[in-house]
Design a protein around this ligand. Structure first.
Ligand code: PA5
Length: 427
């Protein structure tokens, strides 16, 4: 299986080797600290050894529950928000065909009445099940959607059968959802105590919907295991991708590069960037610190945000997903009249054009003062997606330690909630 690779050479126009190397020892120390279950963030780092702790039997159990559900329903509505949504969406979007989407629909991701109304209308003549995901079991958005969708399901198939079509993923003892599951008897999977929402995609939070969607969760986990091994204590800095990425972004931050833009040239990775933005934004954006994570879809956004990236204030750096697998099946033919002026591309594949667009953009942005980090992905599959997930999680923990913020809490998100609850009259 081919591995993802990291190419940092383009940051060295902006930082010296010495500056970069000055963070090496700290990064390894932080990495080892995260690998130690009794380290600084004891009680929050269950995700760090999760890939190896997850047994084949457990993955088989998830597979068998989702196989049974697949036989009963055509559509699975995944109800959850934040870390209980974005990881699933990222993985399923990366692995699915652009136009041949698996039958997974998301709810509980907003409070738009129009969205839920249209969803219930859409589901009215469909056979559906629900996977409700909430670690706290009390988050407003998924709780409201679940109440509405559960009622619809009961109305359609009756209480007994509705129970057979609902899977809950939640805390082992806290929150409304666990109580409801116990009382009503849904199949339930537990989110471990020591794994927070945005680090939970390799728990049943992600695994149940991903397995339902038909993807190989064992291969996903084996990708994560390989990246876990790549960042274990005994791996030297030069081979450890997660520490290198954490050092690169933090040395750039020290040089005033406050915004990291994750760019893709393949639309299947759009939602991977959405997951990444949550992971880094919620983990690092604290106490007036943290790199602001942004994302763009190229070449589409070269026709919009490209202007700002090239010519705006110089506090941006880019991290680029470079998918190496090329199809080279769409070849540009010669046209006798050449009315569109494209004959200069005759015999070239669209992939070739995309590649040159990437190379040209990298060159332009570099000369415009935008450093970049390149992540080479041999091919988008379960293994490389598993690698990327673990790679970003580990680097995120290390990065947050560089700026000395607690990566695994999110006190800032309480502010909107308490205002909303006050305005809604919640006691
Ligand atoms: O990363 C996090 O902890 C958050 O984004 C949560 O995932 C999000 O708020 C949803 O929480 P819950 O799963 O408790 O409904």
């Amino acid at each position: 299986m081919e591995n993802i690779q990291l190419n940092l050479e383009n940051i060295f126009n902006f930082v010296s080797e010495d500056e970069f190397n000055s963070l090496k020892n700290k990064s390894l120390e932080f990495n080892n600290n995260l690998n130690n279950p009794n380290g600084k963030y004891k009680g929050y780092t269950g995700w760090a050894d999760l890939p190896k702790k997850t047994t084949e039997d457990f993955l088989d159990k998830i597979q068998s529950v989702t196989n049974k559900l697949q036989q009963k329903v055509d559509i699975l509505v995944v109800v959850g928000i934040g870390g209980s949504y974005l990881g699933v969406k990222a993985v399923v979007s990366a692995l699915s065909g652009n136009f041949d989407q698996p039958k997974i629909i998301f709810a509980g991701i907003n409070l738009s009445e129009e969205y839920l109304l249209e969803l219930t209308e859409y589901l009215n003549d469909k056979t559906f099940g629900i996977c409700v995901i909430s670690k706290s079991g009390t988050t407003t958005e998924p709780a409201i959607s679940f109440r509405v969708l559960k009622d619809l399901l009961v109305e359609k198939v009756g209480e007994q059968e509705a129970v057979n079509r609902i899977v809950a993923v939640t805390d082992k003892e806290k929150g409304a959802l666990v109580k409801m599951s116990e009382k009503l008897g849904f199949e339930t999977f537990v989110i471990p105590d020591d794994i927070g929402g945005r680090f939970s995609v390799l728990t049943p939070v992600g695994l149940v919907p991903i397995a339902f969607a038909g993807f190989d969760i064992k291969k996903l986990m084996s990708g994560a295991i390989s990246m876990m091994e790549n960042s274990s204590d005994n791996i030297p800095f030069e081979e450890n991708l997660a520490v290198q990425y954490a050092v690169a972004r933090n040395i750039l931050l020290k040089k005033g590069f406050l915004i990291e833009i994750l760019a893709n040239y393949n639309p299947k990775l759009h939602f991977f960037a959405e997951w990444w933005k949550q992971l880094y934004g919620e983990s690092e954006g604290k106490e007036g610190k943290g790199i602001f994570p942004a994302s763009v879809d190229f070449t589409s956004d070269l026709h919009s945000m490209g202007q700002y990236i090239q010519d705006g204030p110089r506090f941006l750096f880019e991290t680029i997903f470079n998918v190496k697998k090329h199809f080279d099946k769409i070849i540009i033919n010669e046209d006798e009249e050449n009315l569109d002026g494209l004959n200069y591309l005759k015999g070239k594949s669209l992939e070739h054009v995309n590649q040159k667009a990437m190379e040209g953009t990298l060159e332009a942005h570099l000369s415009g003062g935008v450093p970049n980090i390149i992540i080479d992905i041999p091919e988008i599959n379960e293994f490389t997606v598993g690698q990327l997930i673990y790679f970003f999680e580990k680097a995120c923990g290390i990065s947050a330690m560089f700026i000395d913020v607690h990566p695994f809490v999110q006190p800032g998100v309480e502010a909107y909630k308490s205002n909303m609850f006050r305005l809604l009259g919640k006691k």
